[in-house]
Design a protein around this ligand. Structure first.
Ligand SMILES: [Zn+2]
Length: 241
């Protein structure tokens, strides 16, 4: 189990994908422009640039922006949902090995105090996490129990961020690796849906590892597309006002 701290290679791959998707979305939105015109802009010999405020009141290109909004909300939005559904459906072809490692070893970029604070501020994940997980006394204590995994996590994190990696364990896992609060309302939902995205740090022997490896890039693309589409939508709405 891991809160989403940024892993170095993931960060780099995300930046690459982000640029590609940004270009692709800009091209699609720009291609739409040729379907529209505006007599005022035509007289002045100008065309508005994508995401710029419209040059004058009742500009004909407001229909272009409306079409852009539809493209993002309908086509692009539908594609992302389908991708995420496929990733999720593929997950169902795997099943947990009951190794118990995700209960005994979790990592986060946040300290326990920070998580408690986030939880008080209404962060659902932090609140579920702190409802069961407890911090290891120190990084050394975590390293003593799971040396390889502590090293693996640290290797994935950029050097300057290594001092802010924290390790946690759940006291409710039994010796047989079964959850002692299974079926009890105290057991948070994220335990049942773990790992809900392939963007989580997953132990090498974990049953979900092949799923993560095979879908990681698709998940990153979906996340980058959501981030960009949200940004473009806000810009387009702003430009129309
Ligand atoms: Zn115009």
């Amino acid at each position: 189990m891991s809160l989403k701290y940024e892993l170095s290679h993931t960060k780099m791959r995300y930046r690459e994908l982000f640029q590609d998707i940004r270009e692709m979305l800009e091209n699609r939105l720009n291609d739409l422009r040729s379907k529209f015109t505006c007599p005022v802009c035509e007289l002045e010999g100008t065309v508005p640039e994508l995401l710029e405020p419209l040059p004058h009141k009742d500009c004909g290109y407001s229909d272009w922006y409306q079409a852009g909004i539809r493209l993002l909300e309908q086509e692009v939005g539908k594609d992302i949902l389908e991708q995420l559904e496929q990733i999720n459906a593929y997950k169902k072809t795997f099943s947990c090995h009951m190794c118990g490692v995700c209960c005994r070893f979790a990592s986060s970029e946040f300290s326990y105090e920070e998580l408690l604070e986030k939880s008080q501020q209404g962060d659902t994940f932090a609140s579920q996490f702190t409802s069961v997980f407890l911090p290891y006394e120190s990084m050394e204590a975590a390293h003593k129990k799971f040396p390889q995994m502590v090293n693996d996590v640290l290797a994935e994190v950029e050097e300057q961020e290594r001092s802010s990696v924290y390790f946690y364990h759940c006291p409710y896992v039994g010796e047989d690796n079964r959850c002692t609060i299974f079926g009890n309302p105290k057991r948070p939902e994220f335990c049942a849906t773990y790992p809900d995205t392939p963007l989580t740090f997953i132990y090498n022997q974990c049953a979900w590892k092949p799923w993560k490896d095979e879908t990681h890039d698709e998940a990153l693309k979906a996340h980058a597309t959501i981030e960009l589409a949200t940004y473009f939508l806000a810009k387009l709405h702003d430009s129309l006002n």
